[in-house]
Design a protein around this ligand. Structure first.
Ligand code: SF4
Length: 223
């Protein structure tokens, strides 16, 4: 007797198909944040990107890192100066304090290096699961999927979960059995690139979309 495909197996097959098509479309799977392979920069830029565009974060970064190239430099910088440098990113007071405090904790507890473990990363000021997964995934191919607004919207439409689902922790758990840990970073970057190019919040380009034959949202609308 043929074994019935489970819900997880169906979703894993969907993830594999989505991944194959997006790998073809976006072979490089580049992170939109230009951090030059530097863990400290990625950590800070991840924090700055909350409620801000990646483009803006890339714009403020050269001047910011010219003054705070290391955690020790951030720890020693007046918080008002960091505020000035990141003002255009929004929430700048909280973000500036987090960056300064993060620099201090990294210097005092981690020898000035960004730690690799999830627990240590989550203990840093202003660092939540999204940033921890971004840093671990990009630098060490570890951790869960990076659940940002693009990821939530696109993967909901594709049918990995109901479109009304918005809880990042639940979404991260849904993907654990679907995408191998080492592949999650590339998968997330490609979903974000795809979301920006085709599957925007207001005007998805379903007619030209390379994933339309896999997409629950599209197939429902077609009926
Ligand atoms: S078919 Fe439309 S809704 Fe579905 S992934 Fe493509 S652009 Fe998004």
């Amino acid at each position: 007797m043929m074994k019935k495909e489970t819900e997880t197996e169906k979703k894993a097959a969907l993830a594999a198909a989505v991944s194959a098509r997006l790998t073809e479309r976006y072979p490089a799977a580049e992170c939109a944040l230009r951090y030059g392979g530097d863990a400290w920069r990625l950590l800070v830029m991840g924090r700055l990107s909350a409620q801000c565009t990646d483009k803006r974060v890339n714009e403020v970064s050269p001047a910011l890192f010219a003054e705070i190239p290391t955690p020790a430099a951030a720890a020693a910088a007046p918080v008002g100066r960091i505020e000035e440098l990141i003002r255009s990113c929004g929430l700048y007071r909280t973000k500036a304090r987090n960056i300064r405090d993060c620099g201090a904790v990294l210097t005092e507890r981690f020898g000035g290096r960004v730690p690799e473990s999830e627990e240590d990363l989550l203990s840093l000021p202003g660092v939540g699961r999204k940033i921890a997964n971004l840093v671990r995934g990009d630098l060490w191919r570890r951790g869960g999927v990076v659940v940002d607004t693009h990821f939530i919207r696109v993967c909901g439409r594709l049918g990995f979960y109901p479109e009304k689902e918005k809880d990042p922790a639940r979404i991260e758990r849904i993907f654990e059995p679907l995408v191998a840990e080492a592949d999650r970073s590339d998968f997330c970057h490609r979903i974000v690139l795809f979301g920006r190019e085709y599957c925007s919040a207001r005007a998805p380009r379903c007619g030209e979309c390379p994933l339309s034959s896999l997409c629950s949202h599209f197939l429902r609308e077609e009926k």
